[in-house]
Design a protein around this ligand. Structure first.
Ligand SMILES: Nc1ncnc2c1ncn2[C@@H]1O[C@H](COP(=O)(O)OP(=O)(O)O)[C@@H](O)[C@H]1O
Ligand SMILES: [Mg+2]
Length: 141
């Protein structure tokens, strides 16, 4: 059993059209990895912070998820968004971040990146919110 403090900082309540369930899937995959990292560290003061903000200069919306579950392993940092890459043995699928990257880059025309911060990891998701038409063939596999 472990307790994790989840802090959601809603800096900008911007309205935009988006595939809502896909965005939720992305955020859940990221948060789930933070939870795994905190659990693996047996950190009893687990903390996950999600900052939600609008960046007017780039006209993008940004989610930043940071945790205190220890750093991302050096051999993972370059490949963690590739399919079937996992440090969790049989309990990992290695697909969470790959799916997240696919959704953000292909469907949202945005970017997703990771970095280590003091005591943990930080994942940043950026996507443009200008309304633009997208055809169904663009999101089908
Ligand atoms: N918050 C995090 N802290 C440390 N390592 C992470 C974090 N998020 C992802 N990783 C690393 O990236 C790998 C890939 O993540 P993911 O694609 O979700 O696959 P899985 O969770 O099934 O291993 C993880 O196995 C882990 O090594
Ligand atoms: Mg995962």
């Amino acid at each position: 059993m472990y307790k994790i403090d989840l802090d959601i900082k809603l800096k900008d309540e911007k309205k935009f059209f988006i595939y809502g369930s896909e965005l939720v899937q992305v955020l859940l995959s990221i948060v789930s990895n933070s939870k795994d990292a905190i659990a693996e560290q047996q950190n009893e003061e687990g903390k996950i912070t999600i900052v939600c903000e609008y960046k007017p200069l780039k006209d993008i919306y940004r989610f930043t998820v940071s945790d205190n579950g220890g750093s991302i392993a050096a051999d993972m940092i370059k490949v963690m968004f590739e399919p079937y890459i996992s440090s969790k043995g049989i309990t990992g699928t290695g697909l969470g971040l790959y799916m997240a990257k696919t959704i953000i880059e292909k469907h949202f025309k945005g970017t997703i990146s990771s970095k280590n911060i003091e005591g943990g990891a930080c994942i940043t998701v950026d996507f443009p919110i200008a309304t633009k038409e997208i055809t169904i063939s663009e999101i089908l596999p």
